[in-house]
Design a binder for this molecule. Sequence first.
Ligand code: ZN
Ligand code: ZN
Length: 73
Amino acid sequence: MNCLDCHPHTTPAVAVCGRCGAGLCAEHLVESEDHLTFTAVINREVQVSPSVRHLRCSRCAAAERAQAMRKAA
Ligand SMILES: [Zn+2]
Ligand SMILES: [Zn+2]
C-alpha cells in the first residue's frame, strides 16, 4: 500500500489511519497517545495506563481535534 496523502506520488505506507483506513507514510502520519477508559461506580470514567497508540491521517486528526474542542466547550 502507498500513502494516500502523497498521491499521485508513490510513497510506501508505514501505517494506516485508524479512522478512515488510509495508508500513511512517516511524514503524513499523526501519532498520539490515547487512554482507554472504563466506567467506575456512578458512571465515572477512569483512564487506564499505559496509553495506546493512536494513528491518524492529518485530516482525521484535525476532525478529532475539532470534536474534542466541542466536547470541552
Ligand atoms: Zn505521505
Ligand atoms: Zn484518516
